[in-house]
Each structure stands twice: as C-alpha cells, then as structure tokens.
Unconditional design. Structure first.
Length: 286
C-alpha cells in the first residue's frame, strides 16, 4: 500500500513539473530576450574561439578536453577570470549563455566540458571508479585553468559542476578567488529507491525541457539564442556509447550528499545561490 502511494506521489509531482515547464518556458524566454537583444553587438567578439580540445593532464589521465576561453567585452582589467562548470548531463554548451553574460561584464571566461561530456574524450573506467570521480574532474578543471594561462579564477558551478568546483577549491586553494554555488548537488544525501527514482525523474524532465527549447531555438531564424547555439556546434550525447557507465557512477556520487564535507576544507569565500526555477535541485531542498 505504501509503495502504491509513493508511486502516485512521484507521478503527480512529475505532472506538476511538466505543467510548470509549459507555463514558464515562454515567460523565461521573453524575459531573457530583452537582455540578449541589448548585447547583440557583442556576439561577434564572444564567438571568437581561442582554444579547442588541447591535451590536458588530469591526475595521471592524459585526456583531450574540450574547452573555450573568451575575453571580456570590453576587458575588465585587474579582475580574475571566471571558470564556469555546468551540471550533470551537459558540456560547456549548456552554460554558454551565462558565459556570454559574464563576458559582456568584462570578465574573461573559461568554459570546459568535463571528461565524458560534450566533445571531450571519454575517460578510462578507473577515472570514475573507486570514489575518485570528483577529485579527477576537479584536477582536470584546475589544469585547464593553467593551460588557459590563468593562475586564479572565480569558480562558478551549477548542480554537479558546483560540487566538483567545490572539490577543486578544496584541493587547490590557491587557484580559487571565490566559490559560487548555483543550486548545487550534494547538499543532503538521497537514500532509498523511491527518493533516487524521484531525483532521476527530475533530471529526465529537466533534460526534456532543455532539448525542446534547444530545438525550438535552432529552428527559429529570429530567436535570440540561435547565434549562441550555432557557436556551440555539434556536441556528442552524454548517453552515447562508452558513457553510460560513467553517468551511473556520477548519479551514485550525486546521491551521497558530499557537499557539506567538501566545504569544510574550502578556505576561500563561498556564495550560495538557490533558485526556484531549478527543478532538479530546487530551493526548498537546499
């Protein structure tokens, strides 16, 4: 009886999320359109690609990691760059609009796709086994920062990317100016089959929403996101051949609730954002 009630609750919450997406997706695009139309003159400079798939050492794993470096428009002299990392299931293209906003404010921006995401090379199984996944990804992020020519940066991460950059700030404190966490994962552990199933459902629903908006923007000739989508180019699927075991290993890490323990070793200032529009890790769960 209890299992039946839990199933009904999960299905009901899923229907509510889909209704929320339908009601808010058009509103979100309309609100963002004004900001982007003001900055269209900066797009030509932002689309300039400086680095792509250069070899980067990641904790004794030599991997080709896809990343970009963008200069501020106009540059903000004396300011540290911004290292951006997106969440589970997306490469750097998933956070490119935010990178554009930072670049328009004058910040240099470093965008990366973690190993096994986007056009980055798939890591060997030992990369994500034995509990070393976050550490290996964190080392990859700090090494890319050095490869881009920076010694220190503002670490800005969303969802799983926030948890990984928190780990990077803990193991490499000299590289982090400040740590910004946007709806981070790992705030509390997720235990039990139905709780994990609900989290997986929220990820799936969020991914469906993003794919729908992506294809709608790609088809539209007048959409303000189209130049950014064209800049991102073709990206490999995170669920492609050779990547599914890594996704499963990452999901198990997401359920452990490691963020509070990681933050105990972070010495730089930390800023925590938790917004209601993130349906995977909403504010009420943080």
């Amino acid at each position: 009886m209890k299992n039946t009630v839990r199933k009904r609750r999960i299905l009901t919450s899923g229907k509510k999320m889909l209704c929320w997406f339908a009601a808010h997706s058009t509103k979100n695009l309309r609100e963002g359109k004004f900001m982007y139309e003001e900055r269209l003159e900066y797009l030509a400079g932002f689309i300039r690609q400086l680095d792509r798939r250069r070899p980067c050492e990641s904790n004794k794993y030599p991997l080709k990691i896809d990343f970009r470096v963008f200069s501020g428009i106009p540059p903000l002299h004396g300011a540290a760059p911004v290292l951006l990392a997106t969440g589970w299931g997306s490469g750097w293209e998933g956070i490119a609009p935010l990178a554009f906003s930072f670049a328009c404010e004058g910040f240099d921006v470093v965008l990366l796709s973690f190993p096994g995401y986007g056009n980055s090379e798939n890591p060997p199984p030992n990369f994500y086994k034995f509990g070393g996944l976050y550490r290996n990804c964190a080392v990859a992020a700090t090494n890319i920062l050095k490869t881009a020519g920076f010694s220190k940066a503002y670490f800005v991460g969303h969802s799983m990317g926030a948890e990984i950059l928190a780990k990077a700030a803990a193991i490499c404190p000299r590289a982090s100016e400040k740590l910004v966490l946007m709806n981070p994962s790992g705030v509390r552990p997720v235990s039990g089959f139905w709780a994990k199933a609900a989290l997986a459902w929220r990820f799936a629903a969020s991914g469906a929403k993003l794919r729908r908006e992506y294809h709608r923007s790609k088809r539209s000739k007048d959409d303000y996101l189209k130049p950014l989508i064209d800049m991102c180019g073709q990206q490999k699927s995170p669920w492609g051949w050779g990547r599914r075991r890594q996704r499963w290993a990452e999901f198990k890490e997401l359920c452990k609730g490691q963020l509070p323990k990681i933050l105990e070793n972070v010495t730089c200032p930390v800023v925590f954002f938790s917004g209601d529009r993130d349906t995977v890790y909403p504010a009420y769960e943080s």
